[in-house]
Design a protein around this ligand. Sequence first.
Ligand code: G3I
Length: 371
Amino acid sequence: MYRTLVIPLMILMLASACSSDEQGLKDAFRDQMLIGTAINRIQVDGTDPLAKPFIARHFSSITPENAMKWERIHPEPGRYEFALADSMVAFARSNGMAVIGHVLVWHSQTPGWVFQDSPGNPLTRDALLERMRDHIHTVVGHYRGKVLGWDVVNEAVEEDGSMRRTKWLEIIGDDYIEKAFQYAHEADPDAELYYNDYNNEERAKRAGVIPIVKNLQEKGIRIDGVGIQGHWHLDSPDMEIIDESIGEYAALGMKVMITELEINVLPTPSWLYGAEISRTAEYRESLDPYVEGLPDSVETRLNQRYAELFGILLKHRDVVTRVTFWGVHDGYSWKNNWPMPGRTNYPLLFDRNYQPKPAYYAVIREAEKAR
Ligand code: G3I
C-alpha cells in the first residue's frame, strides 16, 4: 500500500515543487503561444553567466538579434561565419526552445559587395539572383531542420505602402520577394517562412504588405506568416489598429507574430517612431529623463499598455503564434541606443538585474485570465 500510493505521491509533490521553482513567462503562455527573446553573443559566450539559465527559464523561443544578418554570417564573398549562430542554435535546442532565423533578405546590414561584381560594377539581375540563391541555400541549408521559421524578407515596404527602393528592388525588380521565398522553401521545405516589417500594423503600410502576401499565395509560393515587429511606444499605436491588423492578416490565412516587441517609455519625436535605423538623433539630456529610475506614473502606464496589448494578442491566440521581446532585459534593449545613443530606457518586462517588473506580472495576469 505504502509503496504503491505514498511513494509516487511524494515523487509527484517533489516534482511539482521543483518545476514551480522553474516556472517562467513562457509557462504562463504554454499551449497558447511561443514567448521569445532576441539574443546576442554576450548571453551565449559566458560573458554574462546569468543569461543562459534565465533565458531557458522564461522563453520558449530565441531569435539571434544580429548573428544571422548577412554582414555577420556572410561577411565576404564565399566566407560564411556560422560559429556564433551555431552556438545560439545549440543552446536553444538543448533547452527545448524554438529558433527563429533572422534575417535572409534585408536592405540593411547587407555589405556593399553583395550588389557588385569584383571590379565594383552593379550586378545584373541574374547575377544578383544567383547570389541571393547561394546565400539563402547556404544559410537555410546549414540550419535545415533546426530552425522553426525564417524572416525571409524584412522591411520591404515604405510607410505609404509603396515598395521600398532597395538595391534588391532596383536590380532584380518586384519579383525579388517571390524569389527569396522560393529559395528559402527549396533549402528547407519544412521551415515556416515569414514576411517581417515594422509599422505594418498601420493601415497605409498594411495596404502595401497585403498584396505581397496575396501575390505569393496566388503563385503557390509558401508563406506562413506575417511578423509585426512591435517597436512600440506608450502613446502609439492605437490598440484598435493592432487588433484590426492581426484580423486582416489572419483573414489571409497568415499566422501573425509580434517579432521584436518593446514599449519605449522615453520622450521621442514621432518622426523617429518605427525602426528606420538610418535615422538617428544626437543625445539630448532633456530626452533622457529617467536615468535615476522610472517614475511610478510612467511605470503604471507601461503596465497598462502591456496588459492591454496582451489582452488583444491573447484574444487572437488562435493566429498569434509567437511574441518575441527584442531583448532579454532593459539593459540589453537596442532602445538605449536608438534613435539617440546612451539613454536609459525601460521597455521590457525584466529590469537590469534580471528582476521581473510590474509589467511582467501584468502580462502574466492577462495570460491567466485567458486560460
Ligand atoms: O558588436 C559591435 C561592437 O563590437 C562594436 O564595438 C560596436 C560599435 O558600433 O558595434 C557593435 O555592433 C552593434 C550591434 O547592434 C550590437 O550592439 C552594431 O553597430 C549595431 O548596428 C547593431 O544594431 C542592431 C541593428 O538591428 C542593426 O543591425 C541592433 O542591435 C538590433 O536590435 C537591430 O535590430 C533590428 C532588426 O534586426 C530588424 N528590425 C529593426 C530592429 C531594430 O533596429
